[in-house]
Design a protein around this ligand. Structure first.
Ligand SMILES: NC(=O)c1ccc[n+]([C@@H]2O[C@H](COP(=O)([O-])OP(=O)(O)OC[C@H]3O[C@@H](n4cnc5c(N)ncnc54)[C@H](OP(=O)(O)O)[C@@H]3O)[C@@H](O)[C@H]2O)c1
Length: 348
């Protein structure tokens, strides 16, 4: 398993990170615990969660359940807490099921961290992430109608500065070790970096944005920011929420699959998506590769990648994802992937 630096924190994270957002809905507590055991045994040292998980669906009744499931694992394995990097997230503005949609602020940060620590049954969070910016995000297919002209620069910067202060207090208390962003833009991340330099607050270690063969918004300005500032990408949905496995081709909707629960797959479903998937499946087939392995091994080749946060609702899926660490893509495969990307840019 390749290890990558987590920003300038001095920590290293495995190239694969275990996503947990289905623990508590599609994935039972026992299965979740088994997945953590297997992931750690096979060299993963990185687990990602969020206060609002599980998903599919998100509901007021289940908010926090995923952290609780990780918490019962922590309680049963007290000696193992130092073996892995645990990342969680503070929900951004507008999530009605959490604090009635309140924005992230200096006031919400301490109580939100304390609640996560209680559920996770740990004394510290290694990477504390803001799930999405209060001012909104162009991720989640909002890029098609993105208009930042309503943003208030002074308010945004004042909020960032106050949040950095609150986060530093949490670092000083030992509650969190490092700070990360999610669903952020290049401008936003640059401001966080600049303000942290000025105030001495925690420096952004990572950006968790969607990234896969099918979603490559990160390839330009954010890529530049990543490599120059040592802020690595934590790529979520590297299998395009399951599309890249090929299981949804030709109109198939397997029972119990994400698409059976979330028919539009978060705005990813559509004819252009299936055509793009077909192109990647053909490349995999031509070269005798498992498409899951190809999608994850490709992430490793990207210059800004810190870790790919994949999901597995079942143990067989986790095992298959783990197989990708043995796979090295040839120059011929990479060239064909580039050609497919040009032929199928932004399939959703
Ligand atoms: N920051 C954010 O806003 C954000 C957003 C989304 C996710 N995330 C993080 O990223 C993690 C991963 O996201 P994701 O689940 O969308 O990632 P993904 O790796 O693209 O998709 C994983 C899903 O694909 C299906 N799948 C995986 N392997 C398969 C296989 N071998 N055969 C058939 N189906 C397979 C499973 O869904 P089914 O079995 O249900 O079909 C699985 O849950 C989350 O757990 C979370 O930690 C963060």
């Amino acid at each position: 398993m390749k290890m990558n630096p987590l920003g300038r924190t001095g920590l290293t994270v495995s190239e694969l990170c275990l996503g947990t957002m289905t623990f508590g809905t599609q994935t039972s507590e026992a299965e979740g615990h088994a997945q953590i055991d297997r992931a750690l045994a096979d060299g993963i040292n990185f687990i990602d969660t969020a206060e609002m998980y599980p998903v599919n669906p998100v509901s007021k009744e289940t908010v926090g359940r995923t952290e609780e499931i990780i918490g019962t694992w922590n309680a049963a394995n007290p000696a193992r807490r130092g073996d892995f990097i645990l990342a969680t997230k503070h929900s951004g503005e507008g999530m009605q099921h959490v604090r009635d949609g309140a924005p992230i602020s200096a006031a919400t940060i301490p109580q939100t961290i304390e609640a996560s620590l209680r559920r996770l049954r740990t004394e510290y969070i290694d990477l504390y992430q803001f799930h999405w910016p209060n001012r909104g995000s162009y991720m989640f297919r909002r890029n098609w109608s993105y208009d930042p002209s309503g943003q208030n620069r002074e308010e945004t910067l004042a909020n960032m500065e106050a949040c950095l202060d609150a986060l530093q207090t949490q670092v000083d208390k030992g509650n969190i070790r490092h700070f990360g962003l999610s669903n952020e833009s290049a401008w936003g991340t640059a401001q966080w970096l600049r303000l942290a330099e000025r105030t001495g607050g925690p420096r952004v270690a990572s950006i968790q944005n969607e990234y896969s063969l099918m979603c490559r918004l990160y390839d330009t300005d954010l890529a530049e920011l990543s490599v120059n500032e040592d802020v690595g990408l934590l790529a979520f949905s590297p299998l395009a929420a399951g599309l890249l496995t090929g299981k949804y081709q030709a109109g198939a909707v397997p029972e119990g699959s994400r698409m059976s629960l979330v028919p539009e797959l978060g705005g990813r479903k559509g004819p252009r998506a299936f055509a793009a998937v077909a192109a990647y499946l053909e490349i995999a087939e031509r070269h005798g590769l498992d498409p899951v392995h190809m999608a994850l091994a490709w992430c490793r080749t990207r210059p800004f990648m810190a870790s790919a946060i994949f999901g597995a609702t079942r143990m067989e899926q986790l095992d298959r994802a783990l197989g990708s660490v043995e796979v090295v893509l040839s120059d011929a495969v990479l060239a064909e992937i580039d050609a497919a990307h040009r032929a199928h840019p932004m399939p959703y």
